[in-house]
Write a protein that binds this ligand. Structure first.
Ligand code: GAL
Length: 516
């Protein structure tokens, strides 16, 4: 009799457990894809091999080691130039459906132009593409991920309108050589970053400190380069390869929270950092956001400038840029609190035009530096903002990630990934068309000015080992499980399992006691 009671009790508990764990798991939509991202300068190394030309990052790190936290550079990085097979092993282990990597422009065009095409460089990327396809992984190529050929920097890079033609010729080469097999293209990685920090704040190469003038000029030329490339693809290659090929752009942004619910200020921040690039491409009427143009024009007037620092595109450009993307690659890392500016800035600058202050929030989970708070709700809110503003556009999360010191038992990265995937699911459920998640990054790599002091990889790389050994982290095992089950496994699962386990043991003890 007793044992019957125990059996009934145990089955009930088992049922409750199954119920508990399955009710916590949310499914990703059928066509949703999982991948991971990387970039050439951050992983390849081989900086002077097989005819590669110099990029601004080679010159910057070699000439200014003091600008990099550990005085390092990407000369060898994770040595993916020689070790792609090991990256591929990780890609397969994870079960990735997409792999996003970038082409080093000076590896295929050492001078940034058609005068010399480096066949060895083409061969390298051909082999990556073929190996990915053989493994059933869809390659996604970023054409520009911060590594401008130094030769083009000598003629002022993105400040010179001829960058439009140079970029078009470069993309023509890539479409021509790889377009038969590659169907997913991203023209620029984080256009705002390229322009603001390369030509405004001087934080990144080419370290031009001309906030409020050169950063806008860069944005203007970059958007035009993007649109011309999009047109080239549609006119010359789309039919040729009779494909479903897609060309997009990767834009990054943080969401802003206001303590006082100042939605106007939040909106202003988002327009200055995201709308300035997104609206010309994705906005129904195209063109720069009103608020941005209006403020800049007012400040031009105040400063007595006789030329506009940013003016609306003429109708030809406006129409060419408008609609020039098949998807938005969106990249999100963190958010900020936004506040009205405390004291009026003087002179000309982006900061003065934008006219807001930002801070962190002690309630958010802090990251390795104050730059990296984990704010998953910001991702959901910004996705909703984008979809409300630009309608039913396709969005792929082409980057999202967590920095640490390189721990292999990286629980905080597991939690970060889980929480951000939950935000994505929330956004999808409220109607935002997010079609993929490609977290940053497949392997640890050279983190720009932070050198090797901050790590983002799902796989660790031992940078002190000449073989650059890769090791799977806990986050890789977690992500693999999510990809396999296509479910948002709760961080969940570990916490829930232990919670339900304790509950089970308790009930059993009580049950046994009751039946005695
Ligand atoms: C992005 C960038 C990546 C990566 C990441 C982490 O801005 O595209 O290259 O470094 O940030 O900082």
């Amino acid at each position: 009799m007793k044992s019957h009671l125990e059996i009934i009790l145990l089955s009930t508990i088992l049922l409750i457990n199954v119920q508990l764990s399955s009710s916590n798991e949310r499914k990703f939509p059928k066509n949703f894809v999982f991948g991971s991202s990387s970039s050439a300068y951050q992983i390849e190394g081989g900086w002077n091999e097989d005819g590669r030309g110099l990029s601004i990052w080679d010159v910057y790190t070699h000439e200014n080691p003091n600008r990099i936290a550990d005085r390092s550079n990407g000369d060898i990085a994770a040595d993916s130039y020689h070790k792609f097979d090991e990256d591929l092993k990780a890609i397969k282990e994870l079960g990735l459906e997409y792999y996003r990597f970038s082409i080093s422009w000076p590896r295929v065009m050492p001078f940034g132009n058609n005068s010399l095409i480096n066949e060895k460089g083409i061969e390298y990327y051909n082999s990556i593409i073929n190996k990915l396809l053989n493994a059933n992984v869809t390659p996604m190529i970023t054409m520009y991920h911060f590594d401008l050929p130094e030769e083009l920097n000598k003629i002022e890079g993105f400040l010179n309108p001829s960058i439009i033609e140079y970029f078009k010729n470069y993309s023509d080469l890539l479409f021509d050589k790889f377009g038969d097999r590659v169907k997913h293209w991203v023209t620029f990685n984080e256009a705002f970053f390229v322009c603001r920090h390369g030509y405004g704040t001087a934080e990144f190469p080419p370290t031009i400190s001309d906030s409020g003038i050169s950063d806008y000029k860069c944005i203007d030329n970059l958007l035009k380069s993007h649109a011309v490339t999009y047109k080239l693809y549609k006119e010359k290659y789309f039919k040729k390869y009779d494909s479903n090929g897609k060309v997009g752009i990767a834009l990054n942004a943080r969401f802003f929270f206001s303590e006082t619910n100042d939605t106007e200020l939040v909106n202003r921040g988002l327009e200055f950092e995201l709308g300035i690039l997104a609206q010309p491409i994705f906005g129904q009427n195209g063109g720069y956001p009103e608020i941005v143009l209006k403020t800049i024009a007012e400040n031009d007037k105040k400063e007595g400038l006789e030329f506009p620092r940013l003016k609306q595109f003429d109708s030809t450009w406006l129409n060419l840029i408008k609609g020039s993307a098949d998807f938005l690659g969106f990249q999100y890392y963190s958010s900020r609190m936004i506040l009205p500016i405390s004291s009026e800035l003087t002179g000309i600058s982006f900061e003065k035009d934008a006219n807001y202050n930002i801070t962190g929030n002690p309630k958010w989970k802090p990251g390795i530096t104050s730059q990296w708070y984990s704010v998953p709700e910001g991702l959901e809110l910004i996705l909703k903002w984008i979809s409300k503003k630009y309608g039913d556009i396709e969005i792929m999360i082409t980057e999202n990630g967590w920095a640490d010191k390189g721990e292999l038992e990286d629980d905080s990265r597991v939690e970060f990934l889980r929480d951000h995937m939950e935000s994505i699911l929330n956004a999808i459920e409220s109607g935002v068309r997010v079609t993929g998640y490609l977290p940053w990054s497949l392997i640890d790599n050279f983190e720009w000015n932070a050198g090797y002091t901050q790590k983002f990889g799902l796989y660790g790389v031992d940078f002190s080992d000449p073989n650059r050994k890769r090791t799977q982290k806990k986050s890789a095992r977690y992500f693999k499980e999510v990809i396999k089950t296509r479910k948002l496994i709760n961080q969940g699962s570990t916490k829930n399992i232990s919670f339900t386990f304790i509950l089970t043991v308790l009930i059993i003890i009580l049950g046994i006691m009751a039946t005695r």
